[in-house]
Design a protein around this ligand. Structure first.
Ligand SMILES: [Zn+2]
Length: 363
């Protein structure tokens, strides 16, 4: 039994030793070292690549800041140049342009603008009084009648516009400088209800007589037209009157109405609020008042007075004191006949001349 047990023990020892040795060999595979090496190699490669990337990044980071800095420098330089340029420009302006001008412009503009409104109001009120002339008429005509025989200044020039022309001119023109409202350049005018005479012809007939009468009183006279066959707009006429050098502009017209009973003489002048010739309102109203009052006193017509109007092209384009004389109503049978009678026309003309005398006595 001891032999068997010894052999059993030896066998067990051998089995154990074999088992232990076999296990040791199996736990050391040859592939693993190679795999680990590969892993380590790849890791190292990755690391190196990462390093190179990091290096690249680092180089990029190092390069970028430099570029940025250089950019900043260039920007700063340009900014400095920009700063220097304006400064140079300012200095140049300071040298070339007198420093007083930029200061003077802003200072003068505000000063002139405020003064205009201040000056304008005062001028307007005085122009409204011209409506007073309507009250003056009765007194002045009575004192003036003896005046006509006394010639005034012989060197003063008067422009006369016989209203209308043979044919109307329906093209449009603004009713004043910068106006958006348009009117025909020359309307046809009215016509005698019994005589059948065209207003343009009556206007020309009386205007030619007026020219002669004013010249007889020593005035110089400029006629816008002496013929029916002309093509002149109302603006043209105002321009011609101003270009002639005349001091005043008298426009000869006759009236018309749907009411045959309507009659009387009136004159027209711009109102104090006229957007184009407000500065001529006072003088124009004085001239208009003097003329209508003397006409009415001479002819015995109803004195309608001075009508304020701001939509007459020939008035709004004028650059000198201006009046429209509406001698009477050609739509009224009696007045139509009278207006076309030479003796009545002479009274009319002498009345206008007396009005001009009166106006020039104070202007
Ligand atoms: Zn007319």
């Amino acid at each position: 039994m001891k032999w068997r047990t010894w052999r059993m023990a030896v066998v067990l020892m051998l089995i154990i030793s074999l088992a232990v040795c076999g296990c040791g060999r199996k736990q050391e595979p040859q592939e693993t070292p190679g795999f680990t090496e590969f892993q380590t190699k790849t890791e190292s490669v990755k690391e190196t690549e990462a390093k190179t990337d990091k290096e690249k990044e680092s180089t990029k980071e190092t390069e970028k800041p430099e570029e940025k800095e250089t950019d900043r420098e260039t920007q700063e330089q340009t900014e400095q140049e920009a700063e220097t340029l304006p400064s140079m420009a300012e200095s140049a302006q300071m040298e070339t342009v007198p420093p007083s001008e930029p200061e003077a412009e802003p200072s003068t503009q505000p000063q002139t603008e405020p003064t205009q409104p201040q000056t304008a109001p005062p001028t307007q009120p005085p122009t409204q009084p011209p409506t007073q002339p309507q009250t003056q008429p009765p007194t002045q005509p009575q004192t003036q009648p003896p005046g006509p025989s006394v010639p005034v200044s012989g060197s003063r020039m008067i422009a006369i516009d016989p209203g209308h022309q043979a044919r109307a001119w329906n093209e449009l023109e603004p009713i004043g400088p910068g106006a958006s409202v348009m009117k025909p350049k020359t309307s046809s005018g009215t016509q005698g209800c019994v005589t059948g005479i065209a207003e343009s012809q009556l206007n020309l007939t009386v205007a030619l007589k007026l020219r002669d009468a004013l010249q007889a009183r020593g005035y110089q006279v400029y006629m816008v037209r002496t013929s029916q066959d002309v093509q002149l707009s109302n603006k043209d006429r105002a321009d011609m009157a101003y270009a002639s050098g005349a001091e005043i502009f008298i426009r000869i017209h006759a009236n018309g109405s749907a009411d045959p009973a309507m009659n009387g003489v009136l004159t027209m002048a711009p109102s104090a609020g006229n957007p184009y010739v407000a500065h001529l309102a006072a003088a124009s109203n004085a001239l208009s008042a003097s003329i209508v009052n003397h006409i009415a006193a001479n002819t015995g017509q109803r004195n309608i007075g001075v009508l304020a109007t701001d939509d007459m092209s020939g008035i709004n384009w004028s650059q000198i004191p201006v009046t429209i004389v509406e001698m009477g109503y050609m739509s009224n049978p009696d007045e139509d006949r009278a207006l076309n009678t030479p003796s009545f026309q002479d009274k009319m003309v002498q009345g206008i001349c007396s009005g001009v005398d009166e106006y020039f006595a104070s202007h």
